[in-house]
Design a protein around this ligand. Structure first.
Ligand code: 0RQ
Length: 500
């Protein structure tokens, strides 16, 4: 059937976008990200810059994206502002040099802020689809992210119709957009597998100004091989959860799991999957990574609700090759729903995210190195952590070859406060912070989580602060280890007297 919309090349479509426009792109991780139009837009920006004309656009996405989107636009210096989560190294440099204005947001809150107009006018939605239906509805691809909201709110729509994703993906998605207050009602999801919306995304066909055909697979990367350290972190989390279930603090039917992105998250899920003490479990999460595919196939994971399929090509081919099975076991939701704190609290989710650093009270820094340099953003970690039944953060106890301790007296940037964090884990062990006062937490964290190279100096830190305070905090010394790292490039061997 001929499409009743203009079929343009990516270059022709990019030509319509003007300097200063704001664009909502599809993509939650590289899965389902727009590819050919942002790449062509980056080439246009380069041409404009060479001709001495300014060209930058505001870029909104679901979360991080692929090299043709964030990568190409950053390399062309074509981004004025960017939100929310990102992960591209070139973009990270521009953000940290101040050339790109970046504001970090909880992913579940982004669509609402767009609908209210809090982020400015949305001129364009550029969204990848695998099918366009005669009534104007579209079938999204390997992620949903914020695409439904961008399609509703943008003045004009460009669709990337990507034949690398089969139209048979129809049925994987469940699109539900809540009404805004005061008309908002509960989101009626009472289990991870419950459908509440539509498998297609409805939109106003009059807004579609271009359909761009392409055939490019998702630019998702593979994973680094597991290391003894990541394996040990995974094992520690799995052992802790099994013991919690045995103690009756997690029901014997278990609770749905959320898991962040990256190698540690992959290792944690792998270990939970292998555990013979944890029953088959469900996931209510935002990112589905490779480690879950064998768990779905062998029944260890009985169902996974997510907003993106962040899979290597090998794992994606498995899904496409067995779509009937996967449609019964996987559901994709908009990020406003996959990450919605209302549902996270209702389902009693166990959240598992990765920290950059955490402190002796249990505060977590997920985003900034030395309090200053943006790494990626908060992503969905806050959506889940604050509302979770049990919130777990894990990370290796040291970074940069041992020169940085990930456990510090006080975090250099605060994303998740001690009130939201239940458990912290390193390869050294687990500290369950629930029901403990700040000094008890500090002692437990030093005992169980701090790397041996740092144990003694952390004990000294605790000794020299005034223990009549409620928090193990000192206005003068709490940043001593960070300050020493800036001076010498190593947090080890601190003389606390130098920082009083
Ligand atoms: O640096 O890349 O130069 O080697 O940070 O660290 O250990 O490879 O771990 O890839 O899982 O990333 C927190 C950034 C961890 C990520 C973070 C350096 C380290 C390395 C990466 P190199 P690892 P990961 C799901 C939920 C926030 C949002 C979130 C993240 C690099 O998990 O962005 O959880 N989380 N969202 O060397 C200096 C420290 C460091 C440090 C690590 N203390 N000081 N550098 N590094 N700790 C995502 C979504 O919502 C989409």
């Amino acid at each position: 059937m001929a499409l009743p919309f203009p079929i343009l090349t990516a270059e022709e479509a990019a030509e319509m976008i003007q300097n200063g426009d704001n664009i909502g792109f599809s993509g939650f991780t590289a899965a389902g990200a727009a590819k050919v139009v942002p790449f062509a837009l980056a080439q246009k920006a380069k041409r404009e810059h060479s001709a001495g004309r300014p060209f930058k656009v505001g870029v909104l996405t679901g979360a991080s994206t692929g090299k043709s989107l964030d990568g190409a636009l950053a390399e062309a210096n074509a981004i004025s502002f960017r939100t929310p989560y990102m992960g591209n190294p070139t973009l990270r440099k521009l953000i940290n040099s101040g050339e790109v204005k970046y504001f970090d947001m909880h992913l579940s809150a982004l669509p609402q802020a767009v609908r209210y107009g809090a982020l400015g006018k949305l001129n364009w939605a550029v969204v990848e689809v695998c099918d366009i239906l005669s009534g104007g509805g579209v079938v999204l691809t390997t992620s949903i992210g914020a695409s439904p909201t961008y399609l509703h709110c943008a003045d004009k729509i460009i669709l990337e119709l990507n034949s690398a994703h089969p139209a048979a993906l129809l049925g994987l998605h469940d699109i539900f957009e809540p009404k805004d207050p005061p008309a908002r009602q509960e989101i009626p999801i009472y289990s991870a597998s419950q459908r509440v919306g539509s498998p297609i995304c409805l939109l106003d066909p009059k807004k579609i100004v271009a359909v761009v055909l392409n055939n490019q697979v998702d630019e998702t990367g593979g994973f680094d091989p597991a290391t003894p350290e990541t394996d040990q972190i995974g094992q520690n989390v799995a052992d802790f959860l099994a013991a919690e279930m045995k103690a009756g603090r997690i029901p014997s039917s278990f609770l749905p799991l959320q898991s962040g992105v990256g190698n540690i998250a992959n290792a944690v899920l792998g270990a939970i999957g292998r555990s013979t003490d944890i029953p088959a479990f469900e996931m209510y999460t935002e990112v589905l990574q490779d480690s879950v595919i064998p768990l779905l196939e062998n029944g260890r994971c009985s169902f996974a609700s997510t907003t993106s399929l962040t899979l290597s090509q090998e794992a994606m081919q498995k899904v496409i090759g067995n779509l009937d099975f996967y449609k019964k076991h996987i559901l994709l939701r908009p990020q406003e729903i996959s990450n919605n704190p209302e549902i996270v609290r209702r389902l009693g989710i166990i959240s598992m995210n990765t920290a950059i650093e955490f402190d002796l009270s249990g505060n977590v820094n997920s985003t900034h190195v030395l309090g200053k340099t943006m790494m990626n953003g908060i992503g969905g970690s806050g959506d889940f952590t604050r509302a979770a039944y049990l919130s777990i953060f894990s990370c290796p106890s040291t970074a940069k070859g041992g020169k940085i301790s990930a456990v510090v007296p006080f975090v250099s940037h605060l994303d998740h406060s001690e009130h939201s964090v239940s458990v912290v884990v390193t390869e050294q062990g687990v500290a369950d912070l629930r029901g403990k006062d700040p000094l008890q937490r500090a002692e437990l964290i030093i005992q169980n989580c701090v790397h041996p190279d740092y144990k003694e100096q952390m004990r000294e830190y605790l000794k020299q602060i005034n223990k009549t305070n409620h928090e193990p905090f000192s206005l003068s010394t709490s940043y001593g280890m960070h300050r020493q790292f800036e001076k010498t490039g190593d947090m080890r061997g601190i003389n606390w007297a130098d920082y009083r």
